[in-house]
Design a protein around this ligand. Sequence first.
Ligand SMILES: [Zn+2]
Length: 389
Amino acid sequence: MDKKSFIVIGKPKGNITKLPYSPIKESLLLNLKTRSEKGEIELRCECSDKIVLKVSNAKSPYLYNSTRQFKHSKDCCRHPQFVGSSPYEKAWSYDEEEGLHIVRIKELHFSQSGDNNERNNNVRNNVFYQEGTGSNKNVSTVFGLATRINMMAWESMVLGKKHRIPNDKYELAKHVYGITSRIRLSRKRKTLNEMFYKQVNIRNVKVKKDIYFVYMYVNRERPFGEDTLFDNTKKDILYCKDAFGRTNRFYVEKEEYEHKKKIEPHSPEYVVAGFVYKKDLYHRCMTLQNYCLIPVSDRGLYCESSHEKNIYDRLCDDNLTFYKPYLPIEGYGSFIPDGYIVDKERDIIFEVFGITGMSSYDERKEEKIALSHTDSFKSMYKFKYWEVN
Ligand SMILES: [Zn+2]
């Protein structure tokens, strides 16, 4: 059984409370920090009672191992080589000393057009990471990276100091930018935040050397344009809007773009996320290479179906404090629910069940509903679901 919790020991009685590492409210972490500094409690990892934890002084506080001579066990989510079981965990690990999430992603070589078929080759369950072999083992796809940072950013607003959902998609995009300062690609020295694309003078960009990370909204009214190069060749341009609503232009291959759009048809609103570089000396725009399109709700939250989008939009209209989890929720089997509403009385786990007639889907649905009727579940959460088709 994977270990994903830490333990709060009250002093002097020694009474114990178990809490998950994630998700965790920032206010709770700060509260634990104060109490442990006063000596009222001690924090330890679930995997070893030798590992004493402290809460960092960082702006966004995190837990770290204060006893360096003892290491987490291999089945602990805090072990640097820990590989989780859910799609969003597999390519990710956590570096406690840096307080950074490390994501393994395929080498960002732009010499060939190797990534065009990245998603076609994957079955639906596996779009978030690729199994691979050797050093390519369990590497995240760009889609897996982008959808997870989308959900992390939303969650950090709800569980962080703001304690509310984003007011609009641009506010969420600003939080995505912020969250990338806690993420590093495993083969890079810089954080993803330091790789973030900024409006630069294209003349100063080194051809095929400088690689930037893009997270923007596709301009719905006018997605495409065209550029004519000095030799009269034409280039398709994709118009996108950054977190400040400013227009940016990138070269894309229209056919590839349309294909990516077709396999994620759940919303008219898309985030384009991935990597850009300058392909040729004479180019006036950067080229989108290893990238994905993620369908998002009106306020920018990733949605896996059009039903999910409708429900997220409705919950936003009702101003409910909810997020979309990317890790299994404690006490909910190994399932990742479609949503989690933070509620004063008892938090609510919710699902949006499509009617599929697919036996594996229906089995999991029954299992989830049965789980929600158990006493242990009901002691922690309320359950709500929608059936839609
Ligand atoms: Zn541990």
